[in-house]
Design a protein around this ligand. Structure first.
Ligand SMILES: NC(=O)c1ccc[n+]([C@@H]2O[C@H](COP(=O)([O-])OP(=O)(O)OC[C@H]3O[C@@H](n4cnc5c(N)ncnc54)[C@H](OP(=O)(O)O)[C@@H]3O)[C@@H](O)[C@H]2O)c1
Length: 324
């Protein structure tokens, strides 16, 4: 088969479409013939040599895919050859075929086409596990989503609204109108406005109950300042650096908490648990049209370098898909 290899880490041109060995499924895995994958921020880091795949994962980038099951391992139940699926991957989505632990498969939600389904697994699993399972966002609470226009952000805004939260999203101004259409009650232009002031203002001084952060160190003190009493900050990205200053006094006075998680390196059993939750709780919202895959562009998988260039500009809103 062919896959997108990275013979030498570097710029988008480091991605080379090459012939590679076929995946060999384990007894608890299925092989998916990939119809589409999607670009995630992590893929850019992997291409640059900063984010090696976890042990046992395919060497090629791609944290999610959609496609058709072509082989089923001896111990797998509930999935059959010919079924259309999408999947959360530890890597290997930028390929013609990929072997996936069966627990990381999801059916294609009714009403979503097979290509667009590739936009869902990574964002749905990340947002669900952090905002709902970990931070326990509840109806009537305020959710602050940083990077509202990202793949993660567009999903978090919609899920937060669907769960009955008031959503505040930070993004460059050009993305605000679309974020309001997705249900954000308030948008903050982080280039011109102070998000702490804005969140404080729109919550009448209370602050945000849950913050989904992708900026890391650069936003840590201000995120803690923007938290409500009992608030939960969940850091999932370090676009603004990894070492920041945490004022425990402020955290303590607010009885607030700070969490940081990553999805990719979790063991398959934990991923399967998250996928189960997504299937039970999030897929019905997708099938009802309440939460939709937000697709900015579809590129050819073989032209992944161009898709990476687009994502590096941050001009996209939602996901950039890679289609075979
Ligand atoms: N821990 C995990 O398990 C996990 C899983 C998936 C993703 N992530 C992380 O989640 C983040 C989003 O991933 P993605 O693939 O969805 O990214 P993406 O679509 O490439 O989007 C990145 C976004 O960052 C925004 N941004 C840049 N500077 C900002 C700032 N100062 N304040 C607010 N937003 C800013 C950009 O929006 P503007 O155009 O508005 O600047 C852009 O939309 C990444 O950091 C990624 O590493 C973590």
């Amino acid at each position: 088969m062919h896959a997108m290899t990275i013979p030498k880490p570097g710029g988008p041109e480091a991605l080379v479409w090459a012939e590679v060995p076929d995946p060999q499924p384990g007894p608890d895995e299925v092989v998916v013939d990939v119809r589409a994958s999607a670009v995630n921020r992590a893929d850019l880091l992997q291409r640059q040599g900063h984010y090696p795949p976890p042990p046992g994962a395919p060497a090629y980038p791609g944290l999610e895919c959609s496609g058709v099951v072509t082989e089923v391992g001896a111990e797998v139940t509930g999935w059959a050859v010919g079924q259309e699926v999408c999947a959360l991957l530890a890597g290997g989505g930028y390929a013609e075929r990929v072997a996936v632990p069966a627990g990381q498969l999801l059916p294609v939600p009714a009403g979503v086409d097979l290509v667009d389904a590739a936009a869902l697994p990574e964002v749905a699993c990340t947002v669900w596990s952090n905002v709902v399972q970990l931070a326990r966002l509840a109806k009537g609470e305020t959710l602050l989503v940083h990077g509202g226009g990202s793949g993660i952000g567009t999903f978090a805004v919609q899920l937060g609204v669907a769960l009955g939260a008031t959503v505040v999203a930070t993004a460059r101004a050009e993305k605000h109108e679309r974020l309001r259409e997705l249900g954000a009650a308030h948008t903050v232009d982080y280039r011109e406005q102070d998000f702490v002031e804005e969140v404080t203002r729109v919550t009448d001084g209370r602050g945000a109950d849950v913050i989904l952060d992708i900026m890391g160190a650069a936003y840590l003190p201000r995120n803690v300042a923007a938290l409500a009493t009992g608030g939960r900050l969940v850091v999932i990205g370090m676009q603004g650096g990894r070492k920041g200053e945490l004022d425990l006094g402020v955290l303590l006075a607010k009885r607030a908490s700070v969490h940081a998680t990553t999805l990719r390196s979790r063991p398959p059993a934990e991923k399967a648990e998250i996928v189960r939750g997504v299937r039970e709780q999030v897929w019905p919202l997708v099938e009802a049209g309440t939460v939709r895959p937000i697709v900015h562009a579809r590129a050819r998988l073989a032209d992944a370098a161009d898709a990476h260039r687009l994502v590096e500009t941050n001009e996209h809103l939602g996901k950039v898909l890679l289609v075979r």
